[in-house]
Ligand binder design. Sequence first.
Ligand SMILES: [Fe+2]
Ligand SMILES: [Fe+2]
Length: 374
Amino acid sequence: MNALVKHSADATTVEEGLAIQEEQAKFDSKAATEVAMQNTLLTPRFYTTDFDELDAIDVSSVREDWDKLIDQMEADPNKGHFKKNEDWDHVDWENMEPGLKKEFIDFLISSCTAEFSGCVLYKEMKRRGNNKDITQLFQLMARDEARHAGFINDALREAGVAVNLGFLTQKKKYTYFRPKFIYYATYLSEKIGYARYITIFRHLEQHPEHRFHPIFKWFHEWCNDEFSHGEAFALLMKTDPKLTSGKNVLWIKFFLTAVYATMYVRDHQRPKFHEALGVEPDWYANEVFTKTSELTKQIFPITLDIDNPRWQAGLVRLQKANADLARAKAEKGVGAWLRSVGAQTRAAAAFVGLYTIPAKKHTVPASTRLEPAY
Ligand SMILES: [Fe+2]
Ligand SMILES: [Fe+2]
């Protein structure tokens, strides 16, 4: 790219970041965009919501913590960070083991889609809102996600693929979620995102020989952005105690189970990727669940009992059912159809089994605010 053209990492607003990426999109590949377009239970989706309801939130009850968080985000410590520099080692895509290459590209496309999904939702909230607190927060979060997505696309471009983000914005299906579901799902995805990135980053600090791609060096600052986004959603939920009590606790449990289980199944589809990182997927899942559970105690009155023997057994059943389903779907004929129905039934039963494990209850602290500590 022309050195005079600004990089998305230096963009101070989401609009600027996206305009830069639009310019690069001329070179983006159809294949990667098609993967990002997929909507299955396991692929990242795009969301839309009732923006007026979100705009009506009054943050005065958490004003002190809110202003501190916004000031931190306005200070923009990561401006200019998400671009290649001298730490970006050469990547030998040509000679990368084909199985690993496939899984790693799949990981990058899926991560890029997830980052961009946040960007699109936050940007839309900023555009539609009139509440200054809300529009300011969503502008800042959209700015960060545009940088993250842009940086992953930089990495993909070196492999000869990249996701056309403009195309995705227009053509990908949007799933409607009520605001409260957006809070639970987005809060969790920000916090689990932090836990995932920091766990890999710390592991590779100890085992640099497994750092097979330079992007992992950027995970530290990256996860701090996700951490702040999660903090913002925790504060938003704090403004309305109903969101985290009564019947809503069942919804919280549902989202915790769904987010954890999805991560488990998806990660187990990438054995070579985890092997190259020197990370055992079961160990990694447990690490990430433990960290995420610890963090979500800031606002959720329950955590999942991941030490219950039914938990690991249920995850394994779900993962097996999913693998069988994928195999059956790739085949034709009545036998394959029957196998796919059977696998779906087993997957649903495994999920119900996970959901019905009694949760651990605890008291939520008066102040939600946390700092990244892992
Ligand atoms: Fe992000
Ligand atoms: Fe985020």
